[in-house]
Design a protein around this ligand. Sequence first.
Ligand code: BMA
Length: 825
Amino acid sequence: MQTISLNGQWTLKQSGKNETIKATVPGTVHTDLLAAGKISDPYYRDNEDSLKWIAATTWIYSRNFKVTDSFLRHEHILLRCEGLDTLTLIKINSRTVARTENMFRTYEFDIRQFLKTGVNTIEIKFESTLDYIQKQEAKHHIPLRKVPHEEVGGNWIRKEQCNYGWDWGPCLVTCGIWRPILLIGYDSVRLNDVHISQHHLFSGAVKLGIDVTAETKHGASVSTMVTISQEKRAIVDSKAVLKAGKAKISAMIKEPQLWWPNGMGDQPLYDVTVKLVDKNNKIIDSITRRIGLRRLCLERKKDKWGESFRFKINGLPFFAKGADWIPADTFAPHLNHDDYLDLLQSAADANMNMLRVWGGGIYEASIFYDICDELGICVWQDFMFACATYPAFKRSFMDNVKAEAEDNIRRLRHHPCLALWCGNNELEQGWVGDKWNETQMSWKDYSALFDRLLPSIVKKLDPERDYWPCSPHSPYGDRSDFNNPQWGDAHLWNVWHGREPFEWYRTAMHRFVSEFGFQSFPHPTTTGSFTMPDDRNITSYIMEFHQRSGIGNSTILAYMLDWFRLPKNFKMMHWLSQILQGMAMKYAIEHWRRHMPQTMGALYWQLNDCWPVVSWSSIDYFHRWKALHYMAKQFFTPVLVSVVEDIAENTFSIYVSNDLRETKKGKVLWQLTDVEGNSLHKGEQETEIPPGKSRCIKVVKLSKGLNTRNIRDFMFWVELSLNDQVVSRNFASFARPKHLELLKPDIKVDISRKEKGNTLLTLMAKAPALWVWLDMENTNARFSDNFFHILPGKPVEVTLQTDNRMPIIEIRKRLHVYSLVNTYQ
Ligand code: BMA
């Protein structure tokens, strides 16, 4: 087995033109044109509009490569393309090799007959998907998504759907060789596939079943050797003879270390290496799969509310905490390991244990799942279908989807993080009806794809994993009642799209909420990256251009005025919108955590962005954490204290929710103050919360003397300590923040150096300060905590991480501290 990489420098030109530019593979046409200085930054101002021609053009990538005599002597030489975006014609030495039509597939073609010793040429022509859509539409019309800024008809093509535009993404229809491309030479024997199943025995041991499929030469004596190792130390070795290209090997791990989601335990990983060896024990081919030992499943069981919808790890149900993931860049090939690590580490740092890879994007890069394995982030994986009808009546379309599903299941099924395969995003939410019409596809065709084809492939190739047809889906009764609170998962958009007040969340008792969200503006520096100074007003053309939700900025503003005072300027509008967004998500998530096990999951829409934009994300395009992300760290904390205020009853009810695997004993301190910080009433409560439970531990009723005071005077503060360490803090008030007569808090920051180059900031306030936040000019600083509240006499400590070891004097110069009053005063 020998490989030759064809990644690296290629040449790019428009079909029918002579001018060529340098291109980088893997990559996309847009980024190649940008690097060659042929177009301007697609993300800047409204440049996107002037780049539409790129999608309407036919592009040709080509390069030369050398092949030696000895390489040519291999019996087979495959051209392996791990990602071609999307409609291609591949030629080698001017002879046609193949056509491809699916961005999500891995293609292999035996090209030995096309090669010669010495210099060869490969050319890949990318045809415009827009032309293809038009041709299909002319033959057979299907309902197409029609939204401002979007190109219609992406649903005809097996390609990243949000490339055609989305309500948070630009319409930049990419093309190119977007994943690695290589040649593989081998001689009749090749490892094709390895599937590893796990059987967790009653004794605690884990028996692995390793199914090997290989291509073999008739009569060749080939064996399979399996080594299982942990941290490079081999713990099990096993050997079997290959019969008719197949071998089944079992291996016992007697003292397994189990894999747990983030916050519940460690993520030990094991390498399973499968080698094909000849009779002299010479290695012919090998594959290594890194696995984690765990039982992870979706449990649906009848209960007093209907039917549960919860994930179980190693027999224990757990509350899924996280967000929905979209492609982290419109030009996905430009994401590298560090980009993925930064975003996923941010998810883990915010105490998330699950991400849903949303169906309008891509089956993510393998590195994404590798990092999720390492960090304990479970992955709910949609198949790539979203918010549209699909031509499931077409045989060739179904065959194409079948191949795509098989490729991706084979690529991803060994990852311990993978929790669920899900058919699609939101098709059952109005895109399907009795028969095809102007807006819907038929249930008959829908079922052929999502109730039969996809689950049958999952059952065959990944039988240990659960399949769910759609997010959201209601498994009983009327299927179009997609958000039934008794069973299944739900996308709750009553707040935001439905303009219900935040209080609506507290009426929602769904079993698993896989989408709900609220928008905010990004970091002001991020807005700076796509605007000119004159654009910096939220209703300017450019600001509205970077807002793709039709109701966007006016909806942010409407809710903002419900809760907060009108911010004094553009910059404060950014920050306050983030606080508002964080508050909305906190409102919902704390409620669902209080009501576990009725609700067992909350994944907010959305974790990340694919360009600089106003959106529902908690981390902006440049990976800057918005207020929501810092707040998520608090409301997803493993043992949470939260408060429900009840103005009618004059009470504050205190809840503790425990996501850990053991009972936690702790102490809750609570205190009622006025807006000056004077203590009006206080107390403490010992508490003991069993694992996976939520309890109301105390109802504080305001005494007669107090309830004659104006509710605008009250601030309620709680903190929970475990082993004398504060693990969770919270705040509540009867009055909306806009009606609290907050004083200027006069916040002082003490700066001192900590070990490992980190800096300790100690903040003190003279009066209660709400949503205190720190910002460091022109740095990628991250804080251990941000957007917190300070009560006088209770200093708050924050650790600061900066790019480099920045001198304290420099930190002092760049550090800005704000709190709610700064947004209007
Ligand atoms: C959902 C998603 C996306 C969309 C988001 C915000 O329902 O599935 O399609 O971007 O809402 O509107």
